[in-house]
Design a protein around this ligand. Sequence first.
Ligand code: COA
Length: 426
Amino acid sequence: MMGAPLAGVKILDFTHVQSGPTCTQLLAWFGADVIKIERPGAGDATRQQLQDIPGVDSLYFTMLNHNKRSITIDVKNAAGKEVLWRLIRECDVLVENYAPGALDRMGFSWESIQEANPRLILACVKGFGPGRFEDCKVYENVAQCAGGAASTTGWRGDMPMVTGAQIGDSGTGLHLALGIVTALYHRVQSGRGQRVDCAMQDSVLNLCRVKLRDQQRLARGPLPEYSQFGEGVPFGEAVPRAGNDSGGGQPGRILKCLGWEQDPDAYIYFIAQAAVWEPICDIIGEPGWKSDPNYSTPRARLPHLNEIFTRIEAWTMKHDKFEAMDRLNAHDIPCGPILSMKEIAEDETLRASGTVLEIDHPTRGPYLTVGNPIRLSANPVTIQRSPLLGEHTDEILRDVLGCSTAEIDTILWSGAVGPVAKVAAE
Ligand code: COA
C-alpha cells in the first residue's frame, strides 16, 4: 500500500476474539502490514465461533480481520518460539490480548522483548488494570458491567442492562489503536518503543464519563433532566438507570411512530432542543406552549417532560419514522429513526458511502461488512478480505524474515508453523 499513512509499519497481531483484532484491523486499513499470528490447525477461536456455514471462517472472524496476513506459529514449540523472536526483531509493534500473564508464560516478557528490540512497541489489552481484578479473564459484557455502563443502562426499577454496541471489546480496540499510533509518533523522536496498556474496564468507563459526571452532580442535588425528577421519584445514592432519557442537557426520548404495533423498530429518537421549542410547539399543535410560563423555558419544562413527550408522541404516531424525520429536520429539530440491522444492511446511502460494503471471500462467497468509519481525505482505504488460516505463512517467512526455501522447509517440518495435520501425517 504505497502512500498509505502507516505504510512500512510492521505489526505482529498476536490477538484473538474481538478487542485486539478490532485494533489491528484499524491499523491495517491505514496501510500497516498486519501479520496475524495464529495457532496451527485452529487459529483465532472466532474462526469457528458462530459459524453460519459449516467449515467456513465465521463472519465474526472475517468482519474483524480485514487487510491482514496470517501466519501460523505454535509458540510453545522451540522452533516456533524462535520464529516469533525473529519476527519481534523485525517488526515495529506487537499487539496481544491473551489472558493476564499468558505472554510471560509463553516466554515473552516485556523485559526480554525490549532487550530483543528496544524500538518495539508492545500493546496489550487486559480486562482490568492493576488492582484486585488484574488476573481475571474478561469478555465484553463483564467489562460493560465493571466499567459502569450496565448500572446506568436500562429502566429504573428494573435490572441493569448491557448494550449491543461492543464498547468493551471494540471500544478498547479503538483506544489501543490510538495508543499505538501515539507511541509510534513518540518513537520518531525518542528512538525507543514503549508499552501501551488498555484495560477494558477503563475504556468502558472513559466512554461512560458523563455518568461519573452525574454521580458527582447527584451529591449536590437531584438530576433535573432525568425523567424521575419530573415524576417526583426520589434519587438514591448512585446514578440511576434512565431508560432512553437523553444523557445531555437537552431532553430526549424514543417515541412511537406509525406502525409501531407491528414493527418493533417503528420508533424515532426525538430531542426537544431548547433552540427549536417554538417550531416543536407548532408542529405538534400546541402553539400556546410557546408563551405559557409552565412550558416556555427549559427549566419550566423539566417537571412536565412526561406530559410533553406524550403530546409529541401523539404527533409522531401519525407519521412513519422517515416521514417524521423529514418533517422535523425541515425545522432543524434533532431526531433520528431507530434503524434495524436489516434496514442498515439494505440502506442505499450507506452502501453508496462505503459504510456498508460487500466483500468476496474464497470459501464463503460474498458477505457484508462495515467499512472504515475514519476517513482520511488523502488516503482512501480499500477493504480486503480476511486471510485464511496460515495463508501467508511461507510468504511472511520469506519476505519479512528473509528465509530461504531450505530454511522454510526446516521450520515447516519442525511442527512450529503450518497445518498441524502435516506434522501428524509425518
Ligand atoms: N501457540 C501456542 N499457544 C498459544 C498460541 C499459539 N499461537 N496462541 C495462544 N496460545 C495459548 C496461550 O498461550 C494460552 O496458554 P496458557 O493457558 O498456557 O497461558 C492459551 O492459548 C489460551 O489463551 P487465553 O488468553 O487464556 O484464552 P481463553 O480462551 O482461555 O481466554 C479471554 C480468552 C479473551 C477471556 C482472555 O484471552 C482474556 O482475558 N484476554 C484479555 C482481555 C480481552 O481481550 N478480552 C476480550 C476478548 S474480545
